[in-house]
Design a protein around this ligand. Structure first.
Ligand code: CP
Length: 299
C-alpha cells in the first residue's frame, strides 16, 4: 500500500489484514522497521482531536519522528498551497503525510505528482471520505461480532455531510452487512439507496446489531438550523426510551465528537452498550497498522 485515500481502493483481504494487524498491535506486538528512521507529518487544515492525536500517538508508539505542523504558524499563511506544502515536506525527507482538508479529493494532484515522493494518508477530505475512521469502526465491529456478513447496521443522522457514513456504507455493504439509514430526509440522498434502505429510526432500533449515530455537522450547514437540539433528539436521536428497545447484544457507535443529548442521550455515551470509547482507543492501533502498511508496503 503506497497511500490510503479511500476505502474503496482496499481489497477485502487488505481490510481484514489491517484489522488483524491492529489487533496484534493492541495485544502488544511491535514492528520491525526496514529503515532506521522514518519521518511523519500530520497536516490538519480542519479541526480534529481524535484523528490528529491518535496519529500522533500511533507514530510515537512506532518510533516514527513526528514533524510538527501548525497551519497558523506555517507558510500557508503566506499563501503557500497544499501542493507546495506537501512538496516541501517530501523534499525535506518526510516519508508519510497524514492530511485532513476541507476540499473533497484534495489528494488527486498530490498522488499524480512525479516530484512528491511521500505516502499520503487521508485523514478526512471535506464530506468525501474518512478511511481511517472507517477502518477503526470495522475493527470495533469485528472485535464485537467476529464477522460482518449478515449483520444489520443502522447509520443514523446527518448522512449527506458525513464522510464517515460514506466510507462505512461502501465498505460494510461490500463485506456483507445489511445497511439501514435513518435521520432527517433533508440530510439524506437517494444515491445512498445503492447501499441500503431508508427507514424511520423507531423501525430500525429494535432490529439492528449496530446503531451507528452520526454527528450533526453544523459547520457544513448553511447557517440556518432546521431543528432545535431537543426536537432533533426526540425525532431522530437515540433517546433513553429508544435505547431500551435495542437488542440486548446490539452496540452503539459514534465517530465523535458527540453532541450529547442531540444524537444520543448523555448517559448512553459511556453506557454498557456503547463502544464509543473503544472506537477511540482502537483508532491508535488501527493507525499503527495503516502507518506500517504504507511505510513498508504491507497490508
Ligand atoms: N472522528 C473524528 O474524525 O474525530 P476528530 O474530528 O476529532 O478527528
Amino acid at each position: 500500500l503506497k497511500h490510503l485515500l479511500t476505502v474503496e481502493a482496499l481489497s477485502d483481504q487488505e481490510v481484514i489484514g489491517l484489522i488483524r494487524r491492529a489487533q496484534e498491535f493492541k495485544q502488544g506486538a511491535t514492528w520491525q522497521p526496514e529503515k532506521p528512521q522514518y519521518f511523519a507529518t500530520n497536516l490538519f487544515f480542519e479541526n480534529s482531536t481524535r484523528t490528529h492525536k491518535s496519529f500522533d500517538v500511533a507514530e510515537k508508539k512506532l518510533g516514527i519522528e513526528v514533524i510538527e505542523f501548525e497551519e497558523s504558524m506555517s507558510s500557508v499563511k503566506k499563501g503557500e498551497t497544499l501542493y507546495d506544502t506537501v512538496l516541501t515536506m517530501s523534499a525535506i525527507g518526510v516519508d508519510v503525510a497524514v492530511i485532513r482538508h476541507s476540499e473533497e479529493n484534495y489528494y488527486d494532484e498530490l498522488i499524480e505528482s512525479k516530484t512528491i515522493q511521500c505516502s499520503i494518508i487521508n485523514g478526512g477530505d471535506g464530506s468525501g471520505q474518512h478511511p481511517t475512521q472507517c477502518l477503526l469502526d470495522l475493527m470495533t465491529i469485528y472485535e464485537e461480532f467476529g464477522y460482518f456478513e449478515g449483520l444489520n447496521i443502522a447509520i443514523v443522522g446527518d448522512i449527506t455531510h458525513s464522510r464517515v457514513a460514506k466510507s462505512n456504507m461502501q465498505m460494510l455493504k461490500r463485506l456483507g452487512a445489511k445497511i439501514f439509514f435513518s435521520g432527517p430526509e433533508e440530510w439524506y440522498d437517494k444515491k445512498f439507496e445503492a447501499y441500503g434502505h431508508y427507514l424511520p429510526v423507531d423501525e430500525v432500533v429494535e432490529t439492528v446489531d449496530v446503531m451507528m449515530m452520526l454527528r450533526v455537522q453544523h459547520e457544513r450547514h448553511d447557517g440556518s438550523e432546521i431543528f432545535s437540539k431537543e426536537s432533533y433528539h426526540q425525532e431522530f436521536g437515540l433517546t433513553i426510551e429508544r435505547a431500551a428497545r435495542m437488542k440486548k447484544h446490539a452496540i452503539i457507535m459514534h465517530p465523535a465528537p458527540i453532541n450529547r443529548d442531540v444524537e444520543l442521550a448523555d448517559s448512553l455515551v459511556e453506557g454498557i452498550q456503547s463502544r464509543i470509547i473503544q472506537q477511540m482507543s482502537n483508532g491508535v492501533y488501527m493507525r499503527m497498522a495503516i502507518l506500517e502498511a504504507v511505510l513498508q508496503g504491507k497490508a
